[in-house]
Design a protein around this ligand. Structure first.
Ligand code: TRH
Length: 377
């Protein structure tokens, strides 16, 4: 019989919480033949990633996943075989009581945020003792073999490689977003938080000897972009040109379309957790705007990832990339380090593809979860 899974997602802010859980839910259904209910407390965030969804529906089936509005006042339901509490969100008390009372035992997993820090492998899979007798474990995504791995659909890389090899497919996709490719242009996507480094980077892009097309999906970075441009409020499909830099505002697209946008670009600026991982599967150089935490804790996470990512990278390319990423995340002048990144472009491009293949040789997160459950039974 198919196992049943409940995934609980509380949207803290932005799109990362729902982005990760929606992607995981879809993959579990598609590749592991399990029944998934995804409980979301903010359907408006979900609808941005899955535009065909209904914001008002208490329950709906989307791509095989039963997406349920997580009600403020919880109504009793039969708990699933596996319960995933994403990012330590608190489960409804009544649900936890029902888990303990269920005849067939329940596996309870706390799916944590992604981090490249060393301690992750040591904590992945550890039990978290519960007074009610239900077995709960920590599940850590990560980059090392000892971690839970990264979200990656089974045929993702094959799809990506086929798309990148097909100039017409890329052209048609960009055209569907209203983007006309300029002759010989370098294509860059920009998804970031508010960022003081942006202006110096844009200045550098205007001075580039190549034509650059910068594609900016709607989001938090638009205010800084608008300030730099000195224009009125930016709208979807707005276009501006400064020197060799052509800027276009894009709509916020579905997750699958966003993947194709990353695959289409020569360089991607991404942020948070999920787009950060997707940029790595794109096999192209990228910069990560990490989600800020109190006391600069995020800078340690940034360095932990860089340390892994820069292994086996030629020293000068590694130095250039590291400087640019630090400037980007510290909100400092980023034009000079961007210039150095240009000097090492071929090495960085080669490295991005190598890193992608290396990471893809490890077990993906959904498969690791499914296996964890089978081992636990
Ligand atoms: O939105 P984010 O900044 O989310 C963050 C992080 O996850 C962070 O760790 C978490 O603590 C915080 O939220 C609460 O960035 P992230 O993780 O990249 O999520 C964005 C999602 O939006 C991702 O699934 C990709 C998707 N997306 C689209 O589907 N279409 C788009 O056009 C764009 C730009 C993004």
């Amino acid at each position: 019989m198919r196992s049943t899974w409940d995934i609980f997602c509380s949207v803290v802010d932005n799109y990362g919480d729902i982005g990760v859980t929606w992607r995981l839910a879809r993959q579990l259904v598609a590749e592991h033949e399990v029944a998934v209910r995804l409980w979301v407390d903010d359907l408006s965030a979900f609808v941005r990633l899955c535009p065909q969804a209904d914001m008002q529906a208490a329950q709906q089936i989307q791509q095989g996943v039963r997406v349920c509005q997580w009600p403020k006042s919880w109504q009793p339901v039969e708990p699933a075989d596996v319960v995933i509490e994403a990012f330590a969100c608190e489960l409804p008390e009544l649900y936890v009581t029902a888990m303990a009372a269920r005849k067939q035992k329940v596996l309870w997993l706390n799916l944590e945020y992604l981090s490249a820090e060393d301690w992750v492998a040591g904590c992945h899979g550890l039990p978290s003792l519960q007074s009610n007798g239900v077995q709960k474990f920590f599940f850590f995504p990560g980059f090392s073999t000892g971690s839970g791995g990264l979200l990656r659909e089974r045929d993702l890389l094959a799809q990506r490689l086929a798309f990148q090899a097909d100039r017409l497919a890329r052209y048609a996709f960009l055209h569907s977003l209203g983007v006309e490719l300029l002759e010989g242009a370098r294509l860059i996507s920009l998804f970031a938080y508010e960022n003081k480094a942006l202006a110096s980077w844009l200045d550098a892009l205007t001075r580039d000897s190549r034509v650059i097309q910068l594609l900016v999906p709607e989001g938090r970075v638009l205010a800084d972009l608008q300030m730099w441009l000195g224009t009125d409020k930016l709208q979807v499909r707005d276009r501006h040109r400064r020197g060799n830099l052509h800027i276009q505002v894009l709509p916020f697209v579905s997750q699958d379309e966003y993947d194709r946008l990353l695959w289409s670009c020569d360089f991607n600026a991404v942020r948070g957790e999920d787009s950060f991982v997707r940029a790595q599967w794109a096999g192209r150089p990228f910069v990560w705007h990490i989600y800020q935490q109190a006391d600069n804790a995020h800078m340690e996470k940034l360095d932990a990832f860089l340390q892994l990512y820069q292994q086996d990278m030629p020293a000068e390319a590694s130095d250039a990339l590291g400087r640019f990423w630090h400037a980007w995340n510290a909100g400092q002048e980023a034009g000079d380090s961007w210039g150095k990144v240009q000097d090492h472009w071929p090495a960085l491009a080669l490295h991005a593809e190598r890193w992608c293949l290396q990471q893809a040789s490890q077990r993906d997160l959904a498969a690791a979860l499914a296996q964890f459950y089978l081992n636990w039974l």
